[in-house]
Design a protein around this ligand. Structure first.
Ligand SMILES: C[S@@+](CC[C@H](N)C(=O)[O-])C[C@H]1O[C@@H](n2cnc3c(N)ncnc32)[C@H](O)[C@@H]1O
Length: 254
């Protein structure tokens, strides 16, 4: 998983949509920012560059393994800004109320069973007038060119329903922020677009095929046929994958 997060972080289209979201929040020099579910610290590194020496970035994650990797990978960023990485759960944040200027969760809400609890905690630790920002994919809005559309839908939808508590998380983010009591909620819709089958996309599709096999959605020949279908499409210069990302931001009432 750590390698997957880093590969995604390096993919230029992914980096652009992550940075567009951080501008949308916005995050600026001197801000104290919390990232819930920081993983290997891809976003922590972006944030450290944005907040600078006067700012502070705190990342929190329940995975000891990912956090250990984040500590290695964020050493350089920690020389340029105050960076702290802590073990913890978004549903019970170990911080006093009103501690941060902004609290963010990027591709995290999609994975959790009780998203409202996490967003309420993010709102609690954000100061009045501060921002709570969420960004997620929405697996109801994926476009893929493939010779077998039915098989593609079965794999993509079947796997998403198995692995995410809410595969349509992206479109639900504005409502979630409002339910947590945030004001002035805004939405940024963005698209991951790949026309060449970039390494991250290829790994993403291979993992979908592996999981479809493991969950009994398809048998081994169908999984192989599905992956081979992409090879054909790429050879014809016809590959397209788009995946919608939704970024939503709300302000804590004064
Ligand atoms: C897909 S990764 C995203 C990591 C990072 N935000 C990024 O964009 O590279 C999801 C992360 O959420 C973390 N996570 C899962 N459940 C969580 C929870 N209840 N509270 C906080 N983080 C959680 C996972 O450990 C994982 O690191």
């Amino acid at each position: 998983m750590a390698a997957g997060l880093e590969a995604r972080g390096r993919t230029p289209t992914q980096a652009r949509l992550r940075r567009r979201f951080l501008r949308f929040v916005p995050v600026g020099p001197g801000d104290r920012v919390l990232e819930v579910g920081c993983g290997t610290g891809v976003v922590v590194r972006d944030l450290a560059a944005l907040v600078g020496r006067r700012g502070e970035v705190v990342g929190i994650d329940p995975s000891r393994l990912l956090l250990a990797r984040a500590r290695q990978l964020c050493r350089e960023a920690a020389r340029r800004s105050r960076v702290a990485l802590r073990l913890g759960n978004g549903g019970q944040l170990p911080f006093a109320a009103n501690r941060f200027d902004a609290a963010l969760a990027i591709t995290v809400i999609l994975h959790v069973a009780d998203p409202l609890r996490i967003v309420q905690e993010m709102a609690r630790v954000t100061r009045p007038g501060g921002r709570v920002g969420l960004q997620d994919q929405d697996f109801g809005v994926v476009a893929l060119t493939h010779p077998d559309r039915e098989l593609t839908d079965r794999i993509m939808q079947g796997v998403a329903e198995h692995i995410y508590p809410e595969p349509h998380s992206g479109r639900r983010l504005p409502g979630l922020l409002r339910r947590a009591g945030l004001d002035g909620v805004r939405l940024l819709t963005d698209v991951y677009q790949d026309t060449t089958l970039e390494p991250w996309t290829k790994t993403f599709l291979e993992r979908r095929a592996e999981r479809a096999l493991r969950f009994g959605i398809v048998d081994a020949p169908a999984a192989t046929r599905w992956l081979d279908g992409f090879t054909e499409v790429v050879a014809e210069g016809a590959f397209v994958m788009t995946l919608n990302y939704y970024g939503a931001v709300g302000t804590k009432p004064e």
